[in-house]
Design a protein around this ligand. Structure first.
Ligand code: PEP
Length: 249
């Protein structure tokens, strides 16, 4: 039984005050439920304050990125240890915006995933194809490469805390959600690839969540699919009312 995970990625939105207000409203609107895992990923500046508000609420905090080194002369960067210290339990790694806008390649993502698990920070590992790749019939090849290179040298124990987020790039922030069938097809493939590498029983326990323009109207159809275990939500997670509707799909 895989507990549904609904994670909100706030990207570069919300001041500290706005983040704290959101966290308080979320706690009021959403009573902790044993059949959901809810995560919010505020910007770095709000993590500590949001984690303090949400402590004991059953709502978890994620970072949107991290650096792979523990400490040192890396101006502007933030380590896994710092994120844990600030109250994070999860970290988004390899988001397509990081890949496309900040040049993160699979080897960098591999090191970030390693850094996260070394500090018991559970990675939300994002993979997904661009529109060109989909139209060229390369979706499966691309996600398989991202999995194999991102998880290069990872053992079965290493992958247990990882959540995989399938986020087709063409669906992110475009209002164009993949259909439940399109998403299910890729989720099943991801689970099969993980099964081949790590064994079917471990792959059966793995969370594979979907991201890409999820909203209150689309979440139900997606969650009805057997291999979709939750959602990573961008735009629709910025408003408490729509985020709660998604959580309560
Ligand atoms: C995301 O940024 O991970 C995302 C899925 O964004 P949106 O829901 O806005 O497409």
């Amino acid at each position: 039984m895989r507990l549904p995970i609904i994670a909100g990625n706030w990207k570069m939105h919300k001041t500290v005050r706005e983040s704290v207000d959101f966290a308080r409203q979320l706690m009021i609107a959403y009573a902790e439920s044993p059949d959901r895992r809810v995560i919010v990923a505020p910007p770095f500046t709000s993590i500590y304050a949001v984690a303090a508000v949400l402590m004991g609420s059953g709502i978890h905090v994620a970072a949107q990125n991290l650096h792979d080194k523990q400490a040192g002369a890396f101006t502007g960067e933030i380590s896994a240890a710092m994120l844990v210290d600030a109250g994070c339990e999860y970290a988004i790694v390899g988001h397509s915006e990081r890949r496309a806008l900040f040049g993160e390649r699979d080897d960098v993502i591999n090191r970030k995933l390693r850094a996260a698990i070394s500090f018991d920070l559970r990675p939300i590992f994002c993979i997904g194809e661009t529109l060109d790749e989909r139209e060229a019939g390369r979706t499966f090849t691309v996600v398989e490469r991202q999995i194999k290179e991102g998880l290069n040298n990872f053992t079965a124990d290493d992958i247990k805390p990882i959540v995989i987020a399938y986020e087709p790039v063409w669906a992110i922030g475009t209002g164009r959600t993949a259909t439940p069938e399109q998403a299910q097809e890729v989720h099943a493939y991801i689970r099969a690839v993980m099964g081949k590498i790590y064994g079917d029983s471990l792959a059966g326990l793995l969370h594979v969540i979907y991201g890409g323009s999820v909203n209150p109207g689309t979440i139900g159809g997606l969650m009805a699919q057997p291999d979709i275990d939750g959602a990573l939500v961008g735009g629709a997670s910025l408003d408490v009312e729509s985020f709660v509707k998604i959580i309560q799909f």
